[in-house]
Design a protein. Structure first.
Length: 215
């Protein structure tokens, strides 16, 4: 009988483009792990598919092969846009799909139209897609490319934090007023990935949003 592979032998060990971060519920009757892909996305993969190389990425590798002449970051931009709008497990879904934000039909039906639009409308490596009106959808008329938002050093200072509908300048400000930790504020507003790998959503009427342009 083959010995059971321990979590310690799997978690953090890169397989092709995937790095397992936590074991999740079985897929079928097979053990599975949530993995972070090189492109930054997350996906749940059966352990045997991870080890034998049947699954090598979150799906971005397949798309890169389908569109070999399109820069990888454009493909990842498109996939990220779709995940935020349609994947209920995505950590940002509540701020996009959860608010009714969608991808326009022409881009959704034909990714190559988005690729072409991106190249013709200012895309450069390192830029991010941005919606001009944060309440409207992803479309050629509402999107542009901008430099990365200046929030890499301290995200909590470059976001507004809304707790029970009240806005605070930072998670620390909210924590000070509400007599709790900043980590508690972040969990209440952003949700949390549990030890089981499941996602616990934000508390009702609690969220955070950028002080700068949002994607």
């Amino acid at each position: 009988m083959t010995a059971r592979v321990t979590d310690a032998e799997i978690i953090g060990v890169k397989h092709n483009m995937l790095t397992p971060i936590v074991e999740v519920e079985k897929i079928g009757d097979k053990r599975a792990f949530r993995c972070e892909c090189e492109c930054g996305e997350y996906t749940d993969v059966q352990l045997n598919h991870l080890r034998n190389g049947r699954t090598q990425s979150c799906g971005c590798l397949r798309e890169q092969k389908k569109y070999p002449n399109v820069h990888r970051s454009i493909i990842n931009c498109y996939r990220g846009m779709k995940k935020r709008c349609y994947d209920t497990k995505n950590k940002s879904y509540h701020r996009y799909g959860g608010r009714g934000i969608i991808v326009c039909r022409e881009w959704l039906d034909d990714p190559s139209l988005f690729h072409t639009w991106a190249i013709n409308n200012g895309w450069e490596k390192g830029l991010e897609i941005d919606r001009k009106d944060n309440d409207l959808n992803y479309s050629p008329y509402n999107c542009r490319f901008i430099k990365s938002k200046p929030n890499s050093q301290n995200q909590q200072r470059s976001r507004y934090w809304f707790v029970d509908g009240v806005r605070y300048e930072s998670s620390r400000d909210a924590a000070s007023v509400l007599k709790c930790s900043a980590a508690t504020i972040r969990r209440r507003c952003n949700g949390k990935v549990l030890q089981s790998g499941n996602y616990s959503p934000p508390d009702p009427n609690c969220w955070s949003e950028p002080k700068y342009s949002e994607k």
